[in-house]
Design a protein. Structure first.
Ligand code: NCD
Length: 309
């Protein structure tokens, strides 16, 4: 079996195509494992993993924890709201204290872009970025591509539109890197104010008309508006946003093909996507969640196999 080219998963930016293929092939195997009556393998019995969440999370945190437990790793959990970070401890001190308890791998979500890269330079453990501010969310992009591959057979050559708040979204940036690396065509669609000025440099098209974007694509990845990262108003009102960039069943039914609808969650039903779309057969939102466990098992397993002990 092959090896990843990296010792940490800090962002899709640092991966190559072979890394992604290896992660997907490994995830195929783990997907089969988690559908067995006994959903566990003993692979990581000698590995301890700390999940450090300095920012809110439901899905990602549960998904990582489940992936780790299904690999039989020992797991410790930490969340910033109930920790000494509130007492003024630095990130390196917090992490070094945890590592002194003989932790091999750190899965970290942090509000600051680059927090994972910073940590990887200062501590000895293998680092997995579970979202660093508005920068990258590599495991989300991997599970998104894996889910497209599962539904459509491949990612290469597919047309994917990412709709919504591109400016503040780590899911958007990681998806753009992952999709381009695999040879997909990518467009972004949203209010002009929520599309970064540097977007063309990423080799991505821009479409400000949702109808045209949906007519063009095979897959639409609907993002949540990241209100918590906004200090000013980027569009007049939520109602207006929904009118222009929300997907409903009528819009989908008027297209001359069945496109695939994705969403990383959490969904704001009735804002970026209506309930009848979220719950329709065209949506693969729950497949994404299910695949997240297998993909994270693959990432953790492959990184753990590179830890020198
Ligand atoms: C995303 C995140 O946290 O970046 N959610 C997730 O990880 N499933 C997207 C979001 O919060 O909108």
């Amino acid at each position: 079996m092959g090896e990843l080219s990296v010792n940490h998963l800090l962002g899709i930016k640092y991966l190559n195509k072979d890394d992604i293929n290896l992660i997907f092939e490994t995830a195929d195997h783990f997907k089969e494992v988690i559908n067995r009556p006994i959903k566990k393998v003993p692979s990581l019995r000698d590995i301890t993993i700390a999940n450090l969440f300095f920012e809110n999370s439901t899905r990602t945190r549960l998904s990582f924890e489940l992936a780790e437990k299904r690999l039989s790793a020992d797991v410790i959990n930490f969340s910033a709201s109930s920790s000494s970070v509130k007492k003024g401890e630095t990130l390196i001190d917090t992490v070094n204290n945890i590592l002194s308890m003989k932790v091999d791998m750190v899965v970290m979500r942090h509000p600051n872009p680059g927090a994972g890269v910073f940590l990887s330079k200062h501590v000895g453990a293998s680092i997995v970025n579970a979202g660093d501010g508005a920068h990258e969310h590599p495991t989300q992009a991997l599970l998104d591509s894996y889910s497209i591959r599962e539904r459509l057979g491949s990612v290469g050559g597919k047309k994917v539109v990412i709709v919504g708040d591109i400016l503040h979204s780590r899911v958007a940036l990681s998806n753009i890197f992952a999709l381009k690396l695999q040879g997909a065509e990518v467009k972004v669609c949203g209010p002009k104010t929520l599309i970064p000025k540097y977007i063309h440099k990423l080799g991505v098209g821009v479409e400000t008309n949702l109808q045209r974007a949906l007519e063009w694509c095979d897959v639409a990845n609907m993002l949540r508006v990241q209100n918590e990262r906004m200090e000013i108003s980027y569009f007049p009102s939520t109602r207006e946003y929904t009118q222009q960039f929300g997907v409903n069943k009528k819009i989908l039914d008027n297209l001359d093909k069945d496109i695939v609808i994705m969403h990383p969650g959490p969904i704001n039903r009735g804002v970026e996507i209506t309930s009848d779309v979220a719950d329709s057969n065209q949506a693969i939102i729950l497949d994404q969640v299910q695949n997240g466990v297998a993909v994270r098992m693959a990432v953790i397993y492959l990184l753990a196999s590179k830890i020198k002990r």
